[in-house]
Write a protein that binds this ligand. Structure first.
Ligand SMILES: Nc1ncnc2c1ncn2[C@@H]1O[C@H](COP(=O)(O)OP(=O)(O)O)[C@@H](O)[C@H]1O
Ligand SMILES: [Mg+2]
Length: 356
């Protein structure tokens, strides 16, 4: 039995269709990340699951029970938002327990739940402070604590780390992962940050214009993106995309006389003459020979410490390669790098769909 089923959910605001039929099925304990650019419909979907918005069509089932028409407070779902309003004049302890207090949960039970949440979040020493005496990261933990004490069947997070600075965001990310590993509750987590998605998710749903573009494990999304959009949305620096044409000898890089000599078995599956997009991740290039060779002109090099970022070109098309720091790549020279066949992502130039 799936823990959460999102079944053909649609949502229109007036004429505009914001969600165009979303299907998701989650096992208990999964951590699903909804990843997509701002405005693609992530929050709308989360709000529908939480019961804060009504869908125009479709069904939501939690442990096989339809939630349509069920009041948000009866859904057994807890939600954490990007901007979390804590009660400024209440202690951390009461902020965390406030929901339980409202539900008239007995004091002893409430205190036990608050103590347990505080222990998990490592904020026990802060329980008697006011929110104003906390750092941003500590406040976010209190907001998560408020959700934890409800012991829900499903956690929803809407960009919970967006208001934190980069360092804190990274710490809290690890913290959330640790929490999830301990609690094993089912989670749906919204973000536009692909690193958050890659690191936290058991599965990622990449959303675009109210639809799911691809749903898969982080490895699938990264190593076999189904579309050009997914390919370029996930990964930093982003995947290189070259215009190429399939010829008898290999892939001809458009606007150059460079041919990447891919094996006949790969060529056989490609439409000849049509416009193709070839995706290559910057880190797929190797400095030593052995794979398929690709020679590019080295335009700029940047040493970051752990790696050398080479910006180059093949004819009029630009490429970025991340290489070991000691790679010899004089600016202005031709550098031959090599690629594994598995590193080539080939997309239809028209539809953007993966071909290989
Ligand atoms: N209450 C609303 N009324 C009208 N349009 C809305 C409403 N809520 C969201 N939208 C529209 O739906 C689209 C998706 O919004 P949202 O789900 O908030 O996107 P995301 O969370 O992915 O950034 C946006 O174009 C937004 O303007
Ligand atoms: Mg949003």
């Amino acid at each position: 039995m799936s823990a959460l089923v999102v079944d053909n959910i649609r949502k229109s605001f007036g004429e505009v269709e914001t969600l165009k039929g979303i299907d998701i099925s989650l096992e208990s304990g999964e951590f699903l990340v909804l990843l997509g650019a701002s405005g693609c419909g992530k929050s709308t979907l989360l709000n529908i699951i939480a019961g804060l918005a009504e869908p125009t069509g479709g069904d939501i089932r939690l442990n096989d029970r339809s939630l349509i028409g069920v009041h948000p407070k009866d859904r057994d779902i807890a939600m954490v938002f990007q901007s979390y309003a804590l009660y400024p004049n209440l202690s951390v302890r009461r902020n965390i327990g406030f929901g339980l207090e409202m539900r008239k949960v007995p004091v002893a039970e409430r205190e036990k739940a608050v103590a347990e949440a505080a222990r998990l979040l490592q904020i026990e020493p802060l329980l008697d402070r006011r929110p104003s005496q906390l750092s941003g990261g500590q406040r976010q933990r209190v907001a998560i604590g408020r959700a934890l004490v409800r012991n829900p069947k499903l956690f929803l997070f809407d960009e919970p780390l967006s208001n934190l600075d980069a360092k804190l965001r990274m710490e809290m990310r690890t913290e959330l992962k640790r929490l999830h590993q301990m609690m094993k509750t089912t989670v749906v987590y919204v973000t536009h940050d692909q690193i958050e998605a890659m690191t936290l998710a058991t599965r990622i749903a990449v959303m675009r214009n109210g639809q799911i573009e691809q749903l898969g494990t982080p490895e699938e999304i990264y190593n076999r993106p189904a579309t050009l959009y997914v390919a370029t949305f996930v990964g930093a620096p982003p995947m290189n995309i070259l215009d190429v044409v399939a010829t008898n000898n290999g892939l001809l890089v458009a606007g150059s006389d460079t041919v990447i000599p891919v094996p006949p078995s790969l060529l056989a599956g490609l439409p000849t003459g049509g416009s193709l997009k070839l995706g290559i991740r910057p880190e797929s290039f190797r400095a030593e020979a052995g794979g398929l060779p690709l020679t590019l002109r080295c335009d700029v090099t940047e040493l970051t410490g752990p790696e050398l970022i080479l910006s180059g070109s093949v004819g009029s098309q630009r490429l970025v390669a991340t290489l070991p720091p000691r790679t010899r790549a004089p600016v202005g020279s031709d550098v031959t790098l090599s690629l594994d066949v598995e590193a080539l992502h080939i997309f239809d130039g028209e539809t953007g769909k993966r071909i290989n």
